[in-house]
Design a protein. Sequence first.
Length: 408
Amino acid sequence: MSDFDYLALDVAGREKRGSVRADSAEAARAKLDSRKLFVIKVEAGTGTAAEPLLSRNLFARRRLGAKQLTIFTRQLATLALVSPLEEALRTIARQTEKEHIRLVLLSVHGSVLEGRRLSEAMAREPASFPPLYRGMVAAGESSGTLPVILERLADLLERQAQVRSKVLSAVAYPIVLAAVAAFVVFALMVFVVPKVVEQFEDIGQTLPLLTRMVIGLSTFLARWWWAILLAVALAIFVVARAMRDESLRLRADRFLLRLPLFGRLVRDLHAARMARTLSTMVASRLPLLEGLRLTTQTVHNRALREASADIAESVRTGGSLSGALNKAGIFPPLLVYLAASGEASGRLDLMLERAADYLEREFDSFTATALALLEPAIIIVMGAVVALIVLSILLPILQLDTLAGSIR
């Protein structure tokens, strides 16, 4: 089949432009006639004009977020069991309240109406449907098990959403607590300390060293806070620009993996995600090499992406998955062992799923322990800083009392 661009009029006389897939121009005209369109022109095209230009909202955020994609997948998996695919897509699009999501789904629906497979229709919205997602949909269409594949995809996306939620909850509270602590200390140094220091200006005595240090820091913050903010913003900008260099980004990512706690956390999260994704794809009868190739594209850490690409190349040349994982040297031994057991028993999907479950439980335990230690640590540090500020104020007062007592 080929793509044919068309120009036609509907029953209301409105102009319709788009693309239709057919064996020939005559077959394309017949398809358009069946839709009650008056064909003006049909010509061979690339299929890029399937959506009328004027119907596009150029300012809309034309993509589905992770949560929206998960909901759509679950809905489509359910409706695909009881209704044709075209009707399921149309129903979901009509029930969607957000306009940008409706536009994406209508684009996919229109492409399916034109004769494209669902995976091909989703490829026209790459920002919403990543390659890994489209690959699994294509496998379901080829094997005739699309509803089952969609169910597994929905389970995979929901599990990934749970992991993301745990990561955010593990990171958000310490960050907020540290930010509040820093703001409180900054407010004390800029607004409280200068007012108190004014009382010691005329005592004619040398202030304690701690008091002089706090006064100097307070004066610096009060006068140059804008320069500090500007320097921080400039540093963030410079680092962001520098990270665009792939070689520098690779070195930075390797350094992150060598960090004692954070590196282990990143490795385990990547290993769990890789194991669960590969488990779903193997269970969906997608070739292991294709699964590795698609999974590699989703890895953000450059060092881990390089290792994943090496694993895919090793498997492509005839090596085993467990041997490639072991050779990479960055994956947990449990994942290597369970992968080898799965290959030996012919249940690779089950063993990978169990490995993912174990690694995610380890992550939950690790983050719970880290939070239990980090929260009191932040509070203790904040308390120590505030205590130093208070002590720097009290020392001159105590010094004045001592001088007054000696005079008496």
